[in-house]
Design a protein around this ligand. Structure first.
Ligand code: SF4
Length: 261
């Protein structure tokens, strides 16, 4: 894989890599102070001081499981890519190696928390065989990694393998089914009620991610009805504004805090 571009932040970087056959993929390398991990107790995970920590604390690698994505969420820049393809397990693992080799002074497995977010380009459950093989391979090379798999909820998905240090995030974005269908225009996905029935054996609760575009997308009664707090953790995220989200008139969303500084 070739590095084509990068954007540096105080606490990390976003890289654009090209596969051997010239498909672009995005990989992120970020770190945060350890206290931001305790979002449940603190009710938020924003930075509360200028101390941004280092990769010995929370070392987070965001990887892609596809180049492009057929789901085409209305706020996602991936949608502007004209073509897409699944990545192989080797290409997924290579992204992790790419980042760890950039930071040899901070061995990945020695961080207090070392986590891989399957949250960049692509829907993991539409490339599930490669993603599962990649999880196994990463676990072999970097034991104890926390794997955080984010999905829009593809109908018929098997969640039985989501256990222990593997955690699931489901993208909800709106508690109005019709509005959710607009924001995530992929037809073969689970309903809000079906998402609420997901149970895993992860060490952590399943995250319900709400990238809130409008206040009207939030409905506390439906949230309480479908998502039992015993099994779900609710996360509110900002929109990463990009040309696709702007073209679709989604603005900045209603959440202001970001942890890329
Ligand atoms: S599933 Fe993820 S990568 Fe695909 S369009 Fe939606 S947000 Fe983007």
């Amino acid at each position: 894989m070739k590095e084509i571009n990068k954007r540096l932040f105080t606490n990390g970087a976003v890289y654009v890599l090209y596969t051997e056959d010239n498909y672009p993929i995005e990989v992120t390398d970020t770190f945060l102070p350890y206290y931001t991990k305790d979002a449940i107790e603190k009710k938020q995970n924003m930075l509360t001081s200028y101390d941004i920590g280092n990769r010995g604390e929370r070392y987070l690698i965001g990887i892609s499981c596809m180049s492009g994505c057929p789901v085409k969420c209305k706020f996602c820049a991936t949608g502007k890519l004209k073509k897409w393809r699944n990545l192989t397990a080797e290409e997924i693992v290579e992204q992790v190696k790419f980042i760890t080799q950039k930071n040899v002074e901070f061995p990945f497995t020695e961080a207090k928390e070392h986590k891989i977010n399957y949250t960049r380009m692509g829907e993991p459950f539409l490339n599930i065989d490669n993603v599962r093989r990649a999880v196994e391979k990463v676990e072999f090379v970097y034991p104890g990694t926390h794997h955080y798999i984010s999905t829009v909820g593809i109908k018929g998905s098997d969640f039985s393998w989501i256990k222990e240090n593997i955690t699931l995030q489901v993208s909800l974005h709106s508690l109005d089914e019709e509005r959710r269908n607009e924001l995530i225009p992929y037809p073969n996905k689970m309903t809000i009620e079906e998402l609420g029935q997901i149970r895993t054996q992860s060490n952590l609760k399943t995250t319900v991610n709400l990238t809130l575009v409008d206040e009207a997308d939030f409905d506390i009664e439906k949230l309480k009805k479908y998502f039992d707090p015993k099994y779900f953790f609710i996360k509110l995220s900002p929109i990463n504004v990009n040309d696709i989200s702007e073209k679709n008139g989604l603005g900045k969303g209603i959440i202001e805090g970001v942890n890329l500084v």
